[in-house]
Design a protein around this ligand. Structure first.
Ligand code: RBF
Length: 167
């Protein structure tokens, strides 16, 4: 059953998250944008029934560190009484004048996919790869930067719940 639609995508019911434990790993790079995304994801998890004590936040320096930290924290929780049901890995990469953007974006996206498949736990790709800061703020829901602003953290939270409850 679906009762929420974001950007044409239907998402699960409001109580779908009530038994879930969700990890959010986020960067300190580009923190004004990242913090908006984290807040959007967190609010949506709460509105979807996830308990506040079952939302765990952890920060790392930059996007390149997201796969390692996500893997380590998911693995550490695997043997606990309440392991994580999904992780949302959040960062913002902004294209500069060198090739760093391309290398970090490639490593981060490949790494996060690998962590999810290796561990069998959904890892949501919450990394914006933008050409400039304005693009990133618009995708973090800042309407002062563009009329089509939408916080993608909201979608990532819905996706985490859907993937955590798959099957
Ligand atoms: N990390 C980000 O999360 N977003 C960025 O836009 C970003 N740009 C970077 C640009 C350069 C030139 C360098 C050297 C690093 C950048 N990082 C960025 C940090 C990177 O993800 C990582 O933390 C460091 O490379 C240490 O492994």
């Amino acid at each position: 059953m679906h009762d929420s639609t974001v950007k044409g995508i239907e998402f699960a019911t409001k109580s779908a998250g009530k038994d879930l434990r969700i990890l959010i790993v986020h960067t300190r790079w580009n923190s004004p944008i990242v913090n908006r995304l984290v807040e959007g994801a967190k609010q949506t998890l709460l509105e979807s029934g996830v308990l506040a004590e079952n939302i765990v936040l952890h920060n790392v320096p930059g996007a390149y560190e997201l796969p390692f930290a996500t893997q380590k924290l998911l693995k550490a929780s695997a043997g606990s009484t309440k392991p994580f049901d999904a992780a949302i890995s959040i960062g913002v990469l902004i294209k500069g004048s060198t090739m760093h953007f391309e290398y970090i974006a490639d490593a981060t996206s490949q790494g996060l996919m690998r962590v999810g498949l290796d561990l069998g736990i959904p890892v949501i790709f919450g990394v914006l790869t933008c050409l400039n800061e304005d693009q990133a703020f618009v995708r973090a829901g800042d309407s002062s930067r563009g009329s089509n602003a939408h916080n993608h953290g909201i979608d990532w939270a819905h996706t985490a719940i859907e993937m955590a409850t798959l099957g």
